[in-house]
Every structure is written in structure tokens, then in C-alpha cells.
Design a protein around this ligand. Structure first.
Ligand code: 1CP
Length: 403
């Protein structure tokens, strides 16, 4: 389905941004940068705005969610905003009893452990989201109106990561109850994953339709899975979740956005149909990179454990990558961080394109000035990757991986 003519990708406002170009596999004039969890507790302006408002209430207040989304964009000059929300929001909106407990994370009223629990859960109709998502789409619309040519990334949790919270009842180290359920009762597990894919897929699609220019699916806890379990019990549901945005397209250089064209045929010939870029990220998922790409992603987010040249090799040299500065180094002396970032950039050059990010979220105690300095540094050092005329250099040719 083609996006609305007013969507920032369709009007061309964000279509030529560094982020979108890099997600499409070309190298813009400088490497784009944004940070997972760039909004939030590292910013004093966030902490003061949040006083007296619960996390999920803040997400469901369009004015507040929009303001929190914009705070890091104003402060750091990052190349994208990411909607301030949470992966459990669509669960809450369909009627699941979930809260975010400060310092802990999402906590469920009751864990979903048995086939009976699953049957009860999936009686909640995902179609209710068509109405209950209104505060989210309102927040997106407000935010993109302010962001102008800076793209907004919409996001959602992947079915496994959400199911991990549902089955465990809260955060967990090894997700053992979820991993047991998939083997002990594959039918109940499949029903749970189908339902979760539908709920989270609708949440993601609504954000893109409302104005987000890219979509990121977080399978944060998929690193707990073996490759065999991922492929059998998880990948089909991730494919189903991504399918909710996979069909969304826009025409670049289309008639109506290009005033130079008067002849309709000419305009058609010049226009290229593109899809809304989809990014897929997980933590500890070095063994799953290829499969996480195969579920329908355009870009793969890499955590800090696998160097980007190795990630690129595992991905066959053909996939744009995002990552993977170690968040722990944000608190190290600047020369240590700088050397690490240069190494990440150098390894990232082996891939078709690279969006610089952290290997996981910004730690709450991070000095925000370090993030601002890091953005300026990355933009400055990568500008020399482009040649003197400012044109985009050839992407380095990587040998296809043997794996
Ligand atoms: O009171 C607070 O400030 C709560 C902290 C917090 C914040 C700021 C939570 C609770 N969620 C969020 C916002 C959030 N969550 C964003 C905001 C946008 C941005 O990046 O700036 C995003 C993208 C998420 C997504 C999210 N929530 C993920 C996937 C990304 C990741 O970090 O792996 C996960 C796993 C969650 C669950 C969650 N919500 C909150 C916490 C502390 C957690 C993790 C709990 C755990 O360890 O299991």
C-alpha cells in the first residue's frame, strides 16, 4: 500500500535524509547517528518533565510523549528521533494488566504460563487497537510536524521479546518459562506468538501510517535462543509482525512532488517505488544475524559483542548495519571512547552502509554531553569518507560469506 501523499517520505521531506539513504544501502555525506534510549533518564529535562507521571501514562499523553521524543533531537543533533513509547504499550491497550515498575521494567498482573492462560489472553481482540492507539498516532503526528526533515523511527517489540515478558510475568535473565513453553506445548506457544505478532504489528504499522519514516523491531531477548529454536518457534511470528509494515511504499520523484515535470509519463518514468525501511535488532544475537535479516528486515542492528566487519561477513556483505558502540565506553575517558568509535566506523565501512548507534540502550547515568560530542565527532570524521565533490563514494565490495 502506498503511504498517504502527506507522509514525510511521500512528500520527500525525509526521503533524502542521511538515515533513510543509509537504511537503503547507500552512503550519505556523513554517517548518520542516533542512540537507542536516547530519550529518557540520561536527560535532566526528561527527568523533570516526568516528575509525578507514571511511565505508561507519559507514553499515552501525546503532548508529553512528543516533547520527550524531541528532547534528544534538539540537544544532540542526532539524525533521527525515536518515538518515546514502550514495547508493552500495545499489550496495555488491548487490555493486558501490565505496568512499568521504576528501576525494574514491565511487570504483568499475572503470568501467562499454560494453554488455558494463552486461550484467555488471546480472547482479547487486537482489532481494539484501531481505536485505542489514537494517543500514539497523535503523538507521532505532533512529533513529525516538529521534526521536519529529520525522520522519526517507529518501533515495536518482536513477538518473542513480548512473549518473554508475558510468560515470565516480568524481566528475566534466561527466559526459562518461555523457552520451556515453546517445547512443552508448541500449539499454545504458536497461538501466543500469532496473537502477539498481530498486536505488535498493528502498533508498528499505525506509527508508520501516522508519519514515522522507518520501523524498528526490537527482539531484545532473542539472544536467549538457540538457532534451531529461533528458526522454528520465533522467526515465523517475527515475519508476521514485520508483514504489517512490509507492504508500505512511497514513490520517490513522483509527479506532484517534482514540479519540474509537466509530462505525466516522464514523471512516472522518473519515479522509483520504495518501501519503508525496516530495522531488526537483538541483544546477544550474533548467531542469529542471518535469520533475523531473513524475516523481512532491510537493516540489521548489531549489539556490541560482534564487530561490524564480522557481522557484515555473516550477513553476506549485502545488508546495511546499525550499531554497535559499547554503551559501557560512554563513561570511559574521551580518548578511549574516540578510539573505540573510530574502530566501529572503520569496521562499519565493510558493510554496504552503516548507521552508528550503541550496541544497546544509553545507560541512565550517561553524561548527555558525551552523546552530543559523539554525534559531532561521527559527523565530522565520516564527512571525509565522501570525496571532495561531496558525491557518495563506492560502497566497499565485500566478498560474499562462505557460510
Ligand atoms: O521510568 C522510566 O524512565 C522507565 C524507563 C523506560 C524508558 C525510558 C522504560 C521501561 N521504557 C522506556 C522507553 C523505551 N522503551 C523506549 C524509548 C525510546 C528511546 O529509545 O529513546 C524504547 C525504544 C523502549 C523499548 C523497550 N522497552 C525495549 C526494547 C529496547 C531495549 O532496550 O532492549 C525493551 C526490552 C523494553 C522493556 C522495558 N521497558 C522499560 C525497561 C526498564 C525495560 C527493560 C526491562 C528488562 O530489563 O527486562
Amino acid at each position: 500500500m502506498n503511504l498517504d501523499a502527506q507522509h514525510p517520505l511521500a512528500t520527500g521531506l525525509t526521503a533524502d535524509s542521511r538515515l533513510i539513504r543509509a537504511y537503503q544501502g547507500t552512503r550519505p555525506d556523513a554517517t548518520p547517528v542516533w542512540f537507542m534510549r536516547q530519550a529518557g533518564r540520561s536527560l535532566p529535562e526528561y527527568r523533570s518533565l516526568r516528575v509525578g507521571t507514571r511511565m505508561l501514562d507519559a507514553c499515552l499523553d501525546p503532548e508529553m510523549a512528543s516533547e520527550i521524543t524531541l528532547q534528544p533531537v534538539r540537544r544532540h543533533n542526532v539524525d533521527a528521533g525515536i518515538l518515546f513509547s514502550d514495547i508493552v504499550i500495545p499489550l496495555k491497550l488491548v487490555g493486558v494488566d501490565v505496568e512499568i515498575v521504576a528501576g525494574t521494567g514491565p511487570v504483568l498482573g499475572t503470568a501467562v504460563r499454560t494453554a488455558k492462560d494463552v486461550a484467555q489472553l488471546i480472547e482479547l481482540d487486537p482489532a481494539v487497537l484501531d481505536e485505542t492507539l489514537a494517543p500514539i498516532t497523535a503523538a507521532v503526528a505532533r512529533t513529525v510536524a516538529e521534526l521536519g526533515s529529520t525522520p522519526l523511527i517507529g518501533f515495536a517489540g518482536a513477538p518473542f521479546t513480548l512473549a518473554a515478558y508475558l510468560v515470565e510475568g516480568g524481566p528475566s535473565k534466561d527466559h526459562i518459562h518461555a523457552r520451556t513453553l515453546m517445547h512443552a506445548d508448541p500449539d499454545a506457544w504458536a497461538a501466543l506468538m500469532d496473537w502477539t505478532a498481530e498486536v505488535t504489528g498493528r502498533f508498528l504499522r499505525a506509527q508508520v501510517l501516522a508519519g514515522a519514516s522507518a520501523a524498528q523491531l526490537f527482539d531484545s531477548w532473542a539472544g536467549a535462543l538457540s538457532l534451531a529454536d529461533y528458526t522454528r518457534f520465533v522467526a515465523p511470528a517475527s515475519t508476521a509482525a514485520i508483514a504489517h509494515v512490509r507492504d508500505l511504499t512511497y514513490d520517490e520523484g513522483a509527479a506532484g512532488t517534482d514540479v519540474a515535470h509537466t509530462d505525466a509519463d516522464d514523471a512516472d518514468a522518473a519515479s522509483v517505488r520504495r518501501n519503508v525501511p525496516v530495522v531488526h535488532f537483538g541483544v546477544g544475537t550474533g548467531e542469529l544475524l542471518k535469520e533475523m535479516h531473513a524475516v523481512g528486515a532491510d537493516v540489521v542492528g548489531v549489539d556490541y559483542r560482534v564487530p561490524l566487519d564480522e557481522a557484515n561477513r555473516r550477513l553476506g556483505g549485502l545488508v546495511p548495519v546499525q550499531g554497535n558502540v559499547d554503551p559501557a565506553l560512554l563513561a570511559a575517558p574521551w580518548p578511549v571512547l574516540e578510539a573505540h568509535v573510530l574502530d566501529v566506523l572503520e569496521r562499519g565501512r565493510t558493510a554496504p552502509s552503516h548507521v552508528l548507534n550503541l550496541g544497546h540502550g544509553v545507560p541512565p547515568m550517561t553524561d548527555p554531553n558525551v552523546l552530543t560530542r559523539l554525534v559531532a565527532f561521527v559527523h565530522e570524521v565520516t564527512a571525509v569518507f565522501a570525496d571532495a565533490t561531496g558525491s557518495v563514494p563506492e560502497a566497499p565490495v565485500s566478498a560474499p560469506s562462505a557460510s
